[in-house]
Design a protein around this ligand. Structure first.
Ligand SMILES: [Zn+2]
Length: 327
């Protein structure tokens, strides 16, 4: 029976149910938080807040969220363990590294950086770190990572981004764990990712191209779907440089073209993200865990998407993505 690792242990993939494939709980800048903790306040209050927001989500029938918070986004799983113990929800945690340009200084003089000086190929320590998170668990917690995460943004395939993506690909091949990638579809970075992933022998059906829903270019998204990728239509509610309708209509159009099997839905929401001034957060009232169920699904149904297609995007595609992921 294929299983997925969650914050409360392995879960049969058949039990995942309706799944939001990209939701954070806390996104933090630990270095800043450790020195200026005033805004964050109390850990207990933040955990209680997360429990109450996630409990609202379970009331709508959601059974699983995938939390792609990794190094670079302030991953701290002891806190997620506390949240998970108090909510009836599968939380799939991730390993990997989040950067748009360079690797963190920690990695500058390790691994491949030493190859030239030592006159031999030095393996990247990231690969063992990621594989360890998947096989043995993360930092002494009971949680094993259930997916791998990296990023590419408008800066493109910089040496740092490529180093992380190749390490993620190697860890994927060693463990069978699926991959999610933050992308920037406006500059078609999915195609740049495709080159590197294919060179590393990754099965693109095990890869979500995150934030694909940020574009309304149906032809570009169709091309990525044809290549095998799952498209993350995963920022519903972030209506800053776009609109509710634009985000929903591209899903309608791709369903009309026959690509329901190539999409997953989510919101990229968080209970607390320290990247954004609380004032700005107050301008985004729909950026929350319950937005898809409250507004997006009814809109999709009114505009020609069938309940079958919604089940495909929320239940069947996530299950298929994780199948075989039990390392
Ligand atoms: Zn995210």
């Amino acid at each position: 029976m294929p299983t997925v690792q969650t914050a409360r242990g392995p879960v049969d993939t058949a039990e995942l149910g309706p799944t939001l494939m990209h939701e954070h709980i806390f996104v933090l800048t630990p270095d800043v938080q450790q020195n200026y903790p005033q805004e964050w306040g109390s850990d207990d209050e933040r955990v209680a807040d997360a429990v109450s927001r996630l409990t609202e989500l379970t009331a709508l029938g959601v059974k699983t969220i995938v939390d792609p918070t990794v190094v670079g986004l302030g991953r701290y799983l002891p806190r997620i363990e506390k949240v998970a113990a108090q909510v009836d929800l599968n939380i799939v945690c991730a390993t990997g590294l989040y950067t748009y340009d360079d690797v963190p200084f920690f990695f500058h003089h390790r691994g491949p950086a030493l190859s030239e000086a030592l006159g031999q190929e030095v393996p990247d320590p990231m690969v063992d770190m990621f594989v360890g998170d998947i096989r043995d668990g993360v930092a002494g917690t009971s949680i094993k990572a259930g997916l791998l995460k990296c990023a590419i943004d408008h800066q493109g395939m910089t040496p740092g981004v490529e180093r992380v993506m190749r390490a993620v690909a190697l860890a994927h091949r060693e463990t069978g764990t699926p991959i999610t990638i933050h992308t920037h579809p406006g500059s078609q970075q999915g195609l740049a990712a495709k080159k590197v992933l294919e060179a590393e022998g990754v099965d693109l059906r095990r890869v979500v191209l995150g934030h694909s829903g940020d574009t309304t270019d149906a032809d570009h998204l169709s091309e990525l779907a044809e290549a095998g990728f799952l498209l993350g239509m995963d920022r519903f509610g972030i209506n800053l440089e776009t609109t509710f309708e634009a985000r929903a209509d591209i899903v309608v159009e791709l369903c009309r073209r026959g690509y329901a099997e190539s999409m997953v839905l989510s919101q990229d929401a968080a209970c607390y993200i320290d990247w954004i001034d609380p004032f700005v957060m107050s301008l985004l009232p729909d950026w929350k865990y319950t937005h898809i169920h409250e507004r997006v699904l009814p809109y999709l149904l009114e505009n020609g998407v069938t309940q079958d297609q919604i089940d495909t995007m929320l239940v069947h595609n996530p299950r298929r993505y994780f199948e075989g992921a039990s390392a």
